[in-house]
Design a protein. Structure first.
Lengths: 223, 196
């Protein structure tokens, strides 16, 4: 292998060189710190590729799957599309375990140890806070969007008939209204879920406050 | 290269899970939606579930449940092929895991599940999972993607891949290198492809 022939290293990292070439690379690596460093980065990417199963590259419908399709269609016809069924989202957020400091120092791959089966929205932040005075508890999820944020809240301890407003404060101190809603008997009992979008970059969301339309503070989470 | 904030890193490709109304229109919409997913991704998800469960019948149940969940979350899935497929594969894997766990005797207490630490909040950290990597593979050029599929996912040698792709072995090698660099660049939040 010629000096610093990086182009061999990719195939080497993936184990695709023939034995002779592979040995040449080994010999060069033994003497070249620069190539070893380069190889380490490529091997990191190889680990990332391992997050995707090989089946991801198959296309089309399954063979002999018509019965499966028919069964699925039958079930789906009886299933209404998402009636704001958010119940698992708190868990979904918790499932976003996995953390990697990307670049700079090295990348860790985590595996998801997921407690339920819905895919998480990557990059979400979840915060829970309780207000001792009002008795309300709120879990806030900030989901990243392209230049804005989608804020979901789940609140318990509200009273039926409360008219709530969601206010989002960004790090510059500006407050945005992300919508308002009415608390039904059921929501007061089971917890109320609400979502709204604000034109604030996700990492700029500082806090989320719920007030009543009449201006009374209910609960705040600091993100 | 600087570490890129997680948020930025996701914005490039990520889940434009902008709500759309398309999914909420009754049985016909449901049928169209599921048929489309099935036609495009069915083989992929079923093959994966079959490998994980080692059982075609169980795998079919997983696929069925995955598609039903996709329908329930149709609003979230109005996206490019890569991330939809990544979503489906992730859900399928989680279903298999859940079922295995359910079979493994100990009932999972709800408190057990809820009491987990919330999502990592440090902006310099990010989630890397199936959806993210598959999303990245969708962003690199087709030549780069294809060489990684051949060498990594299909386990081919350079010589075999060269024959398969109809390019010289030297090209396969250099493309592989640049492909890995390109994936890294995408994951690091840099948009530009690496040269070549």
């Amino acid at each position: 292998m010629s000096e610093h022939d990086y182009s061999q290293l990719g195939a080497y990292a993936l184990g695709a060189l023939d034995p002779v070439e592979s040995r040449e690379v080994d010999e060069h690596l033994a003497t070249c710190a620069e190539c070893r460093a380069e190889l380490a980065e490529l091997e990191e990417m190889k680990e990332f590729l391992g997050e995707v199963p090989p089946e991801a590259f198959l296309d089309g419908p399954p063979d002999d799957g018509d019965l499966l399709l028919q069964r699925t269609l039958r079930e789906v016809r009886e299933t209404p599309a998402r009636k704001s069924r958010w119940k698992p989202w708190l868990l979904a957020a918790a499932a976003v375990v996995v953390v990697a400091g990307v670049l700079g120092g090295g990348v860790l791959i985590g595996r998801q140890t997921v407690e339920q089966a819905d895919a998480p929205v990557p990059g979400s932040k979840v915060v829970t806070a309780a207000d001792a005075t009002t008795g309300a508890t709120m879990t806030t999820t900030v989901e990243p969007r392209e230049g804005w944020a989608w804020i979901k809240v789940q609140i318990t301890g509200l009273k039926p008939g409360d008219e709530c407003v969601m206010l989002v404060t960004d790090k510059a101190g500006k407050t945005w209204t992300a919508g308002s809603w009415l608390i039904s008997d059921k929501a007061a009992h089971d917890g109320s879920r609400f979502g709204g979008g604000v034109l604030v970059p996700p990492d700029q969301v500082k806090s989320v406050e719920i007030k009543t339309v009449q201006g009374k503070h209910v609960v705040t989470t600091t993100v | 290269m600087m570490a890129t904030p997680a948020t930025e890193y996701f914005l490039g490709w990520a889940p434009a899970i902008v709500p759309t109304v398309s999914a909420n229109q009754g049985p016909d919409a449901a049928e169209t939606f599921v048929r489309a997913l099935y036609a495009e991704h069915g083989r992929s998800v079923l093959a994966y579930a079959t490998r994980l469960t080692g059982d075609r019948a169980a795998a079919e149940d997983v696929v069925q449940e995955t598609l039903v969940r996709a329908w329930k979350h149709a609003d979230d899935l109005d996206q490019s092929k890569g991330s939809v497929r990544g979503w489906l594969l992730t859900v399928a894997r989680n279903l298999v895991t859940d079922r295995a766990r359910a079979r493994a005797a100990r009932p999972v207490e709800v408190a057990d599940v809820v009491d987990r630490p919330p999502v990592e909040r440090d902006h310099s950290e990010a989630v890397v999972n199936t959806m993210v990597v598959l999303g990245a593979l969708d962003q690199v050029s087709p030549e780069h993607r294809e060489v990684l599929v051949e060498l990594y996912y299909r386990g081919r040698s350079v010589a075999e891949a060269a024959k398969e792709l109809g390019v010289p072995p030297g090209t396969v090698k250099s493309r592989t290198y640049y492909a890995l660099r390109a994936v890294r660049a995408v994951l690091a939040g840099h948009n530009g492809e690496v040269a070549r």
